[in-house]
Write a protein that binds this ligand. Structure first.
Ligand code: 8YV
Length: 327
C-alpha cells in the first residue's frame, strides 16, 4: 500500500533517509537544499497524502485551509512543532507527528558545550590564536569562572532538560529546575534536582540558566526583561531550545549593561536574523542551531519519520502523534 502513498519532503534530508522514503512510498524529494517557499508548500499540501516538513516551514491555518482532502499526516522531521498549527490541523482531520527522544542526548551535549564554554571563555581563547595575537601563556590571561560547585537552573525538565541534568551532575553542578509539573520523586532524587515552583525565585539564585522548554504561547518571552533582571549579574544564560522563549533585545541590553555575565545561544528569536548588538559581544557564544546536528541523530530522526508514516499507512495510529495537551 505504501507505494500509493504520496509523500512530499520539504527539505534535503540525509541520503539514506531519502532512499528509504523512496523505497517505501511514492516520495517527492526536495530539489535542492533551500527551504520551500509558501507557494511550493501550498502546492505540496494540495497534492500529498503525507507531508514531511522541518523547522522553518510555517504550516499555519492559511496553508492547512488550502490542503487537499488527501492530506492526512504532517510527519515533522524534528521534535519541536511550534511552526505547525496543530489545533487547526487536528480540526481538519490531519494528524501531526514529530521525532521526540532521538535528539535529546545530542542537544544536551550542545547545552553542556555552552554551559562549559561560555564561563571558560572558549570563544575568546580560540579567537586569540586565530588572530595570531597570542603572545604566550600568562598567569592572569583569560581567566573565566569555575563550573564545579555552581548552581545550574534548568528551565524545562523534559527529556532534554533531564539529559542536561545527568551530564551537569558529573561536572559538579548543583541541579535546580523549574517545570510546570514536578518530576516523580524517584527521578528527582536520582538527578539530585531541586524543584522550584516559582521560576522567579529560581532565577534569582542560579549561576547558570539553561533553557529547554518548547516554544508555546505560554513560554513566548518567558524570560522577559523583568525576569532576566532577577538574575545575578554574575549569571550566564544558555539556550538550546527556541529563541522566542527569551526576549532577545532585553537579553542584549542586559549583557551590554553588564547585568549578566554572558550567554551561549544556539537559537534566536528571529531565525538567523541575529541582533548585531548581540553578535558584537565578547562574552556571548552564538551557534547556528546545531544542537541536534549529528549524523547519527539526523538518521534516527529520519527513522522516526518513516515509522510514523509506515504505521499510518498500515492503518494504525502513528507512535509519535502530537496531541493538543502538549501545547
Ligand atoms: C532540528 C530542532 O534542527 O527538532 C527540533 O525541534 O529544533 C532541531 O534540533 C530540527 O528538528 C530540524 O527540523
Amino acid at each position: 500500500p505504501g507505494k500509493n502513498l504520496r509523500v512530499v519532503v520539504t527539505r534535503k534530508l540525509p541520503e539514506p533517509v531519502e532512499t528509504r522514503l523512496q523505497e517505501l512510498f511514492d516520495t517527492r524529494l526536495a530539489a535542492d537544499d533551500a527551504p520551500m517557499n509558501r507557494d511550493a508548500l501550498a502546492e505540496a499540501m494540495a497534492s500529498a497524502d503525507v507531508i514531511v516538513p522541518t523547522l522553518g516551514d510555517r504550516i499555519d491555518a492559511g496553508l492547512l485551509g488550502q490542503a487537499g482532502e488527501n492530506l492526512k499526516l504532517v510527519a515533522n522531521y524534528g521534535a519541536g512543532f511550534d511552526h505547525i498549527d496543530v489545533a487547526t490541523a487536528l480540526s481538519r482531520g490531519i494528524m501531526v507527528s514529530n521525532t521526540p527522544g532521538v535528539l535529546a542526548e545530542d542537544t544536551a551535549d550542545m547545552a553542556m558545550a555552552l554551559i562549559l564554554g561560555v564561563p571558560r571563555r572558549l570563544k575568546e581563547g580560540a579567537a586569540l590564536i586565530q588572530s595570531g595575537e597570542w603572545e604566550g601563556w600568562a598567569p592572569t590571561a583569560l581567566m573565566g569562572h569555575r563550573i564545579s560547585g555552581k548552581r545550574l537552573g534548568i528551565l524545562g525538565m523534559g527529556r532534554i532538560g533531564q539529559a542536561i541534568a545527568r551530564r551537569a551532575r558529573g561536572f559538579g553542578l548543583q541541579i535546580h529546575y523549574h517545570n510546570r509539573t514536578r518530576l516523580r520523586t524517584e527521578t528527582e532524587e536520582s538527578l539530585e534536582a531541586t524543584w522550584w515552583e516559582s521560576l522567579d525565585q529560581m532565577l534569582a539564585r542560579v549561576d547558570i540558566l539553561s533553557v529547554s522548554v518548547p516554544h508555546t504561547p505560554s513560554t513566548f518571552h518567558l524570560l522577559n526583561a523583568r525576569r532576566l533582571k532577577l538574575m545575578k549579574p554574575t549569571a550566564y544564560v544558555v539556550n538550546t531550545s527556541r529563541g522566542e522563549v527569551i526576549d532577545e533585545n532585553a537579553l542584549t541590553r542586559q549583557l551590554r549593561a553588564g547585568e549578566l555575565a554572558g550567554a551561549g545561544l544556539d537559537v534566536f528569536e528571529n531565525g538567523h536574523d541575529i541582533n548585531p548588538r548581540l553578535k558584537d559581544l565578547e562574552n556571548v557564544l552564538l551557534l547556528p542551531h546545531m544542537g541536534s546536528a549529528t549524523e547519527e541523530g539526523r538518521l534516527e530522526m529520519g527513522e522516526k519519520v518513516i515509522i510514523n508514516i509506515k504505521t499510518f499507512c498500515d492503518g494504525h495510529r502513528p507512535p509519535d502523534l502530537v496531541v493538543p495537551a502538549m501545547l
